[in-house]
Design a protein around this ligand. Structure first.
Ligand code: GDP
Ligand code: IMO
Ligand code: MG
Length: 420
């Protein structure tokens, strides 16, 4: 069997949690492959909304295996509180596996994240301050702590060695607080983690595929936040693209099947960095308010703007997207006109390429569409959607060369239309 992948094609928060939860019945295994608790994946059913940060979004379906892959970074404290929050919902945690090779976020990683952001001043990235950057930095610098280390007799010594490095860096950054303030709580959460099945998940996942089991790999963030292909340096610290599923789960490229790219019907971005179609006017406010565009992890207001086709085409290209999923077109109901950016003007030249320089002045070139007035949140068949929306969907398909397979019209599991 091959592994299908679901990932964000914009700047994150496209609705990955909802889509993965919806698709889970068709799979045996759901596996997160990168990112950490910077992610906030929301899903909703039976009038209850859940937000997951570390745990894969397949966790609510009985009998499905959920794997946290080696490419993920885990904060034990956040992991424990996520588990505690899920306990009243009858989740079966014996079906949750954690890669021993996933890296651990220490309290000092969070302090470093904050200190480094503060040092950047005006050029700050707008990090979620969850310690993501410093943890991946330690991973590639080859002195990080991994989940498997918590079972070793040398764990405490390894922790102390890393803490010493962090103490030196924090001192250099002018941090004067107590670096051990959260240590006891963190150690408690590490002890809590030991009761979970921590394994070399690359063996497990490949064996499952060999046995004919189906796997859906769940991405975090979005392609435009990829450390290589996003708007560097305003990115996260992992490979959010399709290839990240290979390194983040131990999968050969030949094991990749379908690649679902998820697209919000407009664009949002949290944190700093280029956003050519960003709206600073009443329309932007309307998108934010109607779409409830406030971060699932940090509560920050999301920057909002029209759909960006050059960025979408770029994401489709680097991911090899085979089908797309659209979310939140219901938020566009009631707008007289809907705009789509089809190319950019950069230094007086029209282009559909994203400029290398994140400081380049990019003017979006728009195509306008008539809006629709109907409330579509109760529609349950694609053909019953207003023609103006179906035209919008078709325009995007044609522009990027990939079909939409699913259109979501609300946060609930049931508000999901399969497009024939
Ligand atoms: P993720 O990080 O990609 O999983 O996305 P988030 O959970 O951060 O943000 C998506 C938000 O949109 C959440 O509040 C979802 O409940 C909500 N959502 C998902 N799909 C739809 C949709 O089709 N319509 C509306 N109105 N909301 C949606
Ligand atoms: P999900 O999985 C939206 C953004 C941050 C910041 C930048 C770097 O829910 O889509 P980091 O904490 O990773 O060092 O922050 O990336 N960011 C996200 N934006 N959705 C996310 O995750 C994000 N995870 C990180 O706002 O701009
Ligand atoms: Mg999110």
């Amino acid at each position: 069997m091959k592994t299908d992948i679901l990932l964000g094609l914009q700047w994150g928060d496209e609705g990955k949690g909802k889509a993965v939860d919806y698709l889970t019945p068709a799979y045996d295994v759901i596996a997160r492959f990168q990112g950490g608790p910077n992610a906030g994946h929301s899903l909703e059913f039976n009038q209850v909304k859940h937000v997951l940060h570390t745990i894969p979004s397949g966790i609510f379906h009985a009998g499905k295996l959920n794997i946290i892959g080696n490419g993920v970074v885990i904060d034990p404290i956040i992991f424990q509180s996520e588990i505690d929050g899920l306990k009243p919902h009858g989740v079966d945690f014996s079906k949750l596996l954690i890669s021993k090779k996933a890296h651990l976020i220490l309290p000092t990683h969070r302090l470093l994240d904050a200190a480094m952001e503060a040092a950047k001043g005006k050029s700050k990235i707008g990090s979620t301050l969850k310690g993501i950057g410093p943890t991946y930095t330690d991973k590639t610098a080859r002195h990080g702590l991994r989940v498997g280390d918590i079972f070793l007799p040398t764990f405490q010594a390894r922790y102390e060695r890393l803490l010493e490095k962090h103490a030196a860096s924090l001192k250099q950054l002018g941090y004067t607080g107590d670096i051990r303030a959260d240590e006891a709580r963190w150690m408690e959460a590490v002890a809590f983690m030991r009761q979970f099945r921590c394994i070399d998940s690359e063996y497990e996942i490949n064996a499952l595929l060999d046995a004919g089991r189906s796997v859906l790999a769940e991405g975090a963030q979005g392609t435009m936040l990829d450390v290589d292909f996003g708007s560097y340096p305003f990115v996260t610290s992992s490979n959010t693209i399709c290839a990240g599923a290979c390194t983040g789960l131990g999968l050969a490229p030949s094991r990749i099947g379908k690649v679902y790219g998820i697209v919000k019907a407009y664009c949002t971005r949290v944190g700093s960095g280029p956003f050519p179609t960003e709206l600073f006017d009443a329309t932007g406010d309307e998108l934010r308010n109607k779409g409830g565009e406030f971060g699932a992890t940090t509560g920050r207001p999301r920057r909002c703007g029209w759909l960006d086709i050059p960025a979408l085409k770029y994401s489709v290209m680097v991911n090899g997207v085979t089908s797309m999923i659209m979310t939140k077109p219901d938020v566009l109901s009631g707008f007289d006109t809907i705009k789509v950016c089809t190319s950019y003007m950069v230094n007086g030249v029209e282009t559909d390429r994203i400029p290398y320089d994140v400081e380049a002045v990019v003017e979006p070139v728009y195509t306008e569409f008539p809006g629709w007035k109907e409330d579509i949140s109760k529609v349950r068949s694609y053909d019953d959607l207003p023609k103006a929306l179906r035209d919008y969907v078709q325009f995007i398909e044609k522009a990027v060369g990939v079909p939409f397979e699913i259109v979501s019209v609300g946060p609930d599991r049931t508000a999901t239309l399969v497009k024939a």
